[in-house]
Design a protein around this ligand. Structure first.
Ligand code: GDP
Ligand code: MG
Length: 209
């Protein structure tokens, strides 16, 4: 599926994504690279915004992507349910140089699944592949976890801008395809319940930012 990022502020769909995983895995950096092609070295990164926005076009439809950061609430117990509730996509991130961040994935995944829509699509991201010499989690381990849990999987470097857009593209593509299927079903059956999709995908709105 081909699509491109655009400047247009009018949109047909709003997709809200959340980004979860242990502290320091690079969630804020991934967001920053995605939204404004920047990288920051500081350890305690304070971007100062809770979400990043980007617009893209797929098949003549404009999509507004809003990525919500955990803003320092990385203890999964403390993340509020509203953070998950409106999301249609999730980026589940670990650090390939930190085994413990990989070991905590199941807890993060359970937390996402318990608290969000059943239609949520999730991509697993192994970040910091520029630090190959410090790698503690193999590509195969990541791939295996993803397969077992039916997730998409990519390794990234927020520092070197590797696979950042690709991760968001993959997630968006899957969500968009699912929406097309649900909308088609709705048309053919005339009464299918897709309330939760409609409540998280706001159609025909224009941007106020
Ligand atoms: P968060 O707590 O998950 O939001 O993590 P941050 O985005 O704040 O990043 C934590 C630290 O890891 C910062 O010092 C970043 O500069 C660094 N970092 C993030 N992504 C990468 C990466 O891809 N490669 C390297 N080498 N460092 C990274
Ligand atoms: Mg952060």
């Amino acid at each position: 599926m081909s699509f491109s990022y655009i400047e247009n502020k009018e949109f047909d769909y709003l997709f809200r994504y959340i980004i979860v995983g242990d502290i320091n895995v690079g969630k804020s950096c991934i967001m920053l690279q995605f939204s404004s092609n920047q990288f920051r070295e500081e350890h305690e990164l304070t971007i100062g915004v809770e979400f990043a926005i980007k617009f893209l076009e797929i098949k003549n439809k404009n999509i507004k992507i809003q990525v919500w950061d955990t803003a320092g609430e990385e203890a999964f117990q403390s993340i509020t349910k509203s953070y998950y509730r409106n999301a249609i996509g999730a980026l589940l991130v670990y650090d390939i140089t930190k085994k413990s961040s990989f070991e905590h994935l199941q807890k993060w995944l359970d937390s996402v699944k318990e608290n969000s829509s059943k239609n949520i699509k999730i991509i697993l991201i192994g970040n910091k592949i520029d630090l190959e010499d410090k790698r503690e989690v193999t590509f195969q381990e990541g791939e295996e976890f993803a397969k077992k849990n039916d997730l998409f999987f990519l390794e990234t470097s927020a520092k070197n801008f590797i696979n950042i857009n690709e991760s968001f593209n993959k997630l968006t593509e899957e969500i968009y395809q699912n929406i097309e299927v649900l909308e088609d079903e709705e048309k053919s059956k005339n009464s299918i319940k897709i309330d939760d999709i409609h409540s998280i995908v706001n159609q025909n709105k224009s941007c106020r930012c």
